[in-house]
Design a protein around this ligand. Sequence first.
Ligand SMILES: NC(=O)c1ccc[n+]([C@@H]2O[C@H](COP(=O)([O-])OP(=O)(O)OC[C@H]3O[C@@H](n4cnc5c(N)ncnc54)[C@H](O)[C@@H]3O)[C@@H](O)[C@H]2O)c1
Length: 360
Amino acid sequence: MIPASKTRYWFGPAPELLLQWLSRQAYSKCFILTDDNTSQHCLPVLLQGWPADRPLHEIKVYAGEQNKTLQAAEYIWQQLTLKGADRHALLINLGGGMICDLGGFAAATYKRGIAFLHLPTTLLAQADAAYGGKLAIDFMNYKNHIGVFGFPVAVISDRQFLKTLPADQVRSGFAEIIKHALLDGKKALLHLSEIQHLQEVDWSPFIARSVKAKLKVTEADPFERHDRKVLNFGHTIGHAIEGLLLHRKANPLHGLCVAAGMIAELYLSHHCCGLKEKTFIQAVSLLRRHFPDPLISEADFAEVLGFLRQDKKNREGEVRFVLLRKAGKAVLDVTVTEEQILEALDFLVSPPDPQPKPVT
Ligand SMILES: NC(=O)c1ccc[n+]([C@@H]2O[C@H](COP(=O)([O-])OP(=O)(O)OC[C@H]3O[C@@H](n4cnc5c(N)ncnc54)[C@H](O)[C@@H]3O)[C@@H](O)[C@H]2O)c1
């Protein structure tokens, strides 16, 4: 398995960059993992003019988070075996965060680990999921419950793939970009507050900033012993909501759940961690403008608490949050009372103040 620091990162045309990489390597066979959508929209882009003497053997799985499962991993292991993948094979993951997580996990465990490479095709994966080496599948509807750390040989990020991305998926990716901005500082947050229409944005600078911020944290603490935990901001409650929606087969979009999680965790940050009211209001208004649907209602609170009890950061039965003391300053392992969690969920589902305080 290659160490984090050996991963190569490229931004640019995927067909050319991938071919250049493959021509310098001696993989025994190359496989490409796709889902229904990336097989249809992204694979033809990659294969236009692709040389016949460099075959890429496709392995296709069903799209969507509900398929980030052990069954899908098993299918990939089976296909690799039937198609003759040895330990010198390469698996290329062509897709969003679900494909990067699932394909990375399948590759990192097949024959004790074969090389894999990410070609992220969603805004969320280009700004976040393809970087940092967390690989996993969901299990019993608990998010990323079974997984490993493992690092791709390379990540090739090509904006071209984003052209076919549906609007909701763009919004989903924007949530992780907001998270990185909140962890970065006030200036980054202000910059995002100016965005009105997501479909008109040139995402390149935002992706670059998110990737830089994420790599700074993950390269310093690749196995999440300490500081890397900051990246879980919004994900404690966000993953609980996502788990609940997965359980209900409601096809949740990861970023939308994280946005809801961030609204609730900003409330906790303000009330339990000293996050100033001005930043709190500014961040919540930005999130509510783009993510008005809280995804849950009061009737779901007990089940959300049940999912929170399975969070991976918990210790001795206590839920541990990453909260913000200010924009750019996260606090790790914060415990709060169940009553405070319920208040935060209540804040999430309550209609916003019809006359919010002016944000300056
Ligand atoms: N490993 C990490 O560090 C990390 C970080 C954040 C999120 N994640 C994981 O990432 C996943 C969410 O990522 P995602 O939102 O990219 O999910 P996804 O891979 O499910 O993609 C979302 C949808 O977009 C479709 N799609 C992908 N590319 C497309 C394209 N170019 N054109 C048209 N359709 C396209 C997919 O088929 C899918 O239906 C979650 O499983 C989450 O847990 C992992």
